[in-house]
Design a protein around this ligand. Structure first.
Ligand SMILES: Cc1cc2nc3c(=O)[nH]c(=O)nc-3n(C[C@H](O)[C@H](O)[C@H](O)COP(=O)(O)OP(=O)(O)OC[C@H]3O[C@@H](n4cnc5c(N)ncnc54)[C@H](O)[C@@H]3O)c2cc1C
Length: 414
């Protein structure tokens, strides 16, 4: 019986497996499709450590209603999905109250401010340093109105430890000459970085985890079985079980059903995001750029410029609606004039989103040898190694240097 069974081989599960192996534990890793597409393959590649405020910013509900009417807007909703998602939306609204907003921001900063301490050793070990670009990022504003409206949030971020400085129109042009000359303001984010190709990182990490001795099992886990107290198990499609001393659930947007199978309630939805990768863009960006008003980004990956973002609530099963990728590309072409789209590749992924933007990291309150590591929303790549380090602390009974109270699944108890 292995010490640890990790369920889910996206970037978070792999980071947990890597950290456990580094502790000298034996690991089995199960995924329904190791080579298949997953959220961790197609994301924007940003190490977005400056994103220490929740998505549910005060006033968002009002803006959201305007966005829903805009076909190029950043938000889409499948109305059929609304009834089942209602508790999630209500909790999302609650997250924007001033007290809760601040509390969540502190908890996000506690993770984000240690990201490089955890990520760099993992990147070094898997051979990912040569495609890790610490060049900062720029948030761009087209209007004075939007720039000044965000002033309080930038002030709070500085209090939380985020290093930033304002750029004027001329400075934005100097930093990124490929941008259309329409941005009146920019914010330079020193500590943001990006990687060359998220899919390649997943492959490198999986290769390393394999080389460190993990056993890889390709199968679907249908539920957890904790009836044998000291040997929890993952039950597979054919009814067989894999037992381990401890189980880590890292199945991204699909994690709620497994948590519920041991009696833990969670509010988790798929916040579907879209992008297009342009392999021969014909223009160059030096760093990731974030279009503040339109809520999308462009990242200069090694495999081309990736333009993406959007939030679509339509559940885990609905087919992708690539009109959302088209809409983002239309905006991208407006702001990056001359960008070429030959060979463009469209993609959709499921962000594992909690309503308060905080991940679920910690032991199950019902079953102490089941550990959760999911719900990272927009920040799964950013926080993967930190999550792995915290999970490893729990696996070896060490007190984590970051308190896990705020990330506990207990917060979703009715
Ligand atoms: C458009 C877009 C852009 C993004 N940009 C960024 C960014 O720039 N920076 C950043 O930090 N984050 C970004 N994210 C978020 C990030 O991609 C996710 O938070 C992260 O990939 C989640 O990783 P994960 O390992 O939890 O989930 P996943 O990558 O979804 O992996 C979950 C794994 O679990 C497996 N699985 C699920 N259920 C079962 C089961 N029952 N049995 C067996 N296996 C199962 C799946 O096959 C999958 O391999 C972005 C997301 C999107 C959609």
């Amino acid at each position: 019986m292995p010490d640890v069974l990790v369920i889910g081989a996206g970037i978070v599960g792999l980071a947990c497996a890597w950290s456990a192996l580094k502790e000298g534990l034996t690991v089995t890793l199960v995924d329904r499709d190791f080579d298949g597409d997953r959220t961790s393959h197609g994301n924007a590649g940003g190490i977005a450590v400056t994103e220490s405020t929740p998505i549910s910013v005060p006033g968002l509900f009002f803006k959201a209603s305007k966005w829903l009417l805009d076909p190029l807007g950043p938000l889409a909703l499948d109305w059929k999905h609304v009834p089942s998602a209602l508790p999630w939306f209500l909790e999302f609204q609650r997250a924007s109250s001033p007290t809760r907003f601040r509390q969540i921001s502190l908890a996000l900063a506690a993770l984000n401010n240690r990201v490089y301490d955890d990520l760099v050793p993992m990147f070094e070990d898997v051979g990912a340093m040569s495609t890790f670009y610490r060049r900062g990022a720029i948030t761009l504003y087209e209007t004075d109105e939007a720039f000044y409206a965000d002033a309080d949030e930038w002030k709070l971020k500085r209090e939380l430890g985020v290093r930033w400085r304002a750029l004027n129109q001329q400075e934005v042009r100097e930093y990124e000459p490929a941008l259309a000359p329409v941005f009146r303001h920019g914010i330079f984010l020193e500590d943001w970085s990006h990687i060359g190709d998220p899919k390649q990182l997943v492959s490198q990490l999986r290769g390393r985890v394999n080389a460190l001795g993990a056993r890889l099992v390709e199968d679907v886990v249908t539920k957890l079985d904790v009836s044998k107290g000291d040997a929890p198990a993952a039950v597979l499609r054919n009814g067989e079980s894999i037992h381990a001393r401890q189980v880590v659930v890292a199945t991204g947007a699909w994690s709620a059903a497994l948590a519920e199978s041991v009696g833990d309630r969670v509010l988790l939805d798929s916040e579907r995001g879209y992008n297009t990768t342009l392999p021969q863009p014909g223009i160059a960006l030096s760093r990731e750029v974030i279009f503040a008003e339109r809520k999308f980004v462009a990242t200069p990956l090694d495999i081309g410029i990736r333009i993406g973002g959007a939030a679509e609530f339509a559940g885990l099963k609905a087919a992708p609606n690539y009109k959302r990728s088209d809409a983002l590309l239309t905006l991208g072409k407006r702001f990056l004039p001359g960008i070429r789209d030959e060979g463009a590749v469209q993609w959709m992924g499921h962000r594992p989103a909690t309503p308060d933007s905080l991940p679920v990291i910690g032991k199950s309150p019902t079953t102490a040898n089941v550990i959760y590591a999911f719900g990272h929303g927009h920040l799964g790549l950013t926080q993967c190694a930190t999550t792995g380090a915290l999970v490893a602390d729990l696996l070896v009974n060490r007190t984590p240097r970051t308190s896990l109270e705020e990330y506990s699944i207990k917060r979703f108890r009715k």
